[in-house]
Ligand binder design. Structure first.
Ligand code: GLU
Length: 350
């Protein structure tokens, strides 16, 4: 056989049987909701946050390295500050994420979101999307055009986590400030500092340090595939309000018709005798009462040692869910049942 035939055969064989030298990039659907991460500011010094038409696409296009990390598809779903997010926005976003994870060409989903209510959106998605694919939510404390913005770094870290094999089947993850935090434990603890997005005292799941993705643990509370809720069956949600307890009172606006009420109680979800009597009547009138606490991170249980007898009153305790997260779980629970015992079991394992 002549040399040129050997070379031709070699080229054909390598095209047919050899692995490509460059690994194929994973495909990420990036959905933007607004907030500082894609926002700008009035001027370099004031730090005043402004929404901008500057999309995540522009943020990424300015950073060639990002384009080498993944194949990213962009969708601007909303461009609003996150204090404007309502249950309708959650449902619309969850349906979009559901569509994205069911598209076989997508490997993962990233959502950019304002940080004020990011924890609520993250927990809603964590309970309603049926998938093992990574879903990451990120935000930024300093707007994209701030001289020392955390926007691009948080986006790069999110892409790295989203494309990492250990990120699947972990529920919805929040990536911010070099940390990976479960949607159940994420809370905004501070207004301005770069470590504003933190975990409850249960702790973070892992770290992102440049290209290193270092998972240490995972949440075993029910999420995504294992949760009892599915966005495919949800078109709207029951109304659940939050009442804040303080010395001498409870800020319940009971004129609004509600299906459930979360009490941000004092200490271990305590409520004065006078208010317990009012809440007992509401519970009898089919308004489910769930006790949470105004204290950060404190878990509540329906035990006999508790100052309030949940089982007798048919109240439910929120475990360590903050009032705003307990509200989400109660809305989903009431979507399925009015049985306080069943609702209590949802609170024990989600
Ligand atoms: N209020 C804005 C929001 O949550 C602040 C900017 C931010 O932290 O993203 O969207």
């Amino acid at each position: 056989m002549k040399l040129k035939h050997v070379i031709a055969l070699y080229i054909i064989a390598s095209l047919l049987f050899c692995k490509p030298l460059v690994a194929e990039l994973k495909t990420i659907q990036l959905i933007t909701m607004g907030g500082a991460i894609t926002g700008t500011q009035k001027d370099a010094l004031s730090g005043k946050f402004k929404l901008s038409s500057r999309s995540a696409e522009t943020l990424v296009a300015g950073n060639i390295e990002i384009l080498e990390l993944a194949d990213i598809k962009f969708k601007e779903l909303f461009n609003i500050p996150s204090q404007e997010i309502t249950t309708e926005h959650w449902i619309k976003l969850a349906k979009e994420v559901d569509k994205a994870v069911n598209n076989i060409t997508n490997d993962a989903v990233i959502i950019t979101h304002g940080t004020d209510t990011l924890e609520e959106t993250a927990y809603f998605l964590n309970l309603t999307i049926k998938t093992k694919k990574p879903i990451i939510i990120t935000g930024a404390i300093r707007a994209a055009l701030h001289p020392s913005s955390d926007s691009t770094q948080n986006l790069i870290d999110s892409i790295r986590v989203a494309t990492h094999p250990n990120a699947s089947n972990k529920g919805v993850l929040v990536v911010a400030n070099g940390k990976i935090i479960s949607a159940r434990q994420i809370q905004k603890n501070y207004n301005h500092s770069l470590d504003a997005l933190e975990s409850s005292e249960i702790g973070i799941l892992g770290y992102v340090h440049n290209e290193i993705i270092d998972f240490h643990t995972a949440s075993i509370k029910k999420h995504t595939l294992y949760s009892e809720f599915d966005i495919k069956t949800i078109e709207d949600l029951p109304t659940v309000d939050i009442a804040y307890a303080y010395s001498g009172g409870l800020s319940a606006n009971l004129k609004n018709k509600v299906n459930g009420l979360i009490i941000a109680g004092v200490g271990s979800g305590n409520i004065s005798k006078k208010n317990i009597a009012i809440l007992k009547k509401l519970q009898k009138n089919n308004i489910q009462i769930v006790r949470s606490t105004r204290n950060i991170g404190a878990p509540l249980y329906s035990t006999i040692g508790s100052e309030i007898n949940d089982k007798y009153l048919e109240f439910v305790s929120s475990n360590n869910l903050s009032p705003q997260k307990a509200r989400i779980l109660l809305m989903l629970a009431l979507h399925k049942t009015k049985d306080p015992n069943k609702i209590r079991s949802y609170f024990e394992n989600h």
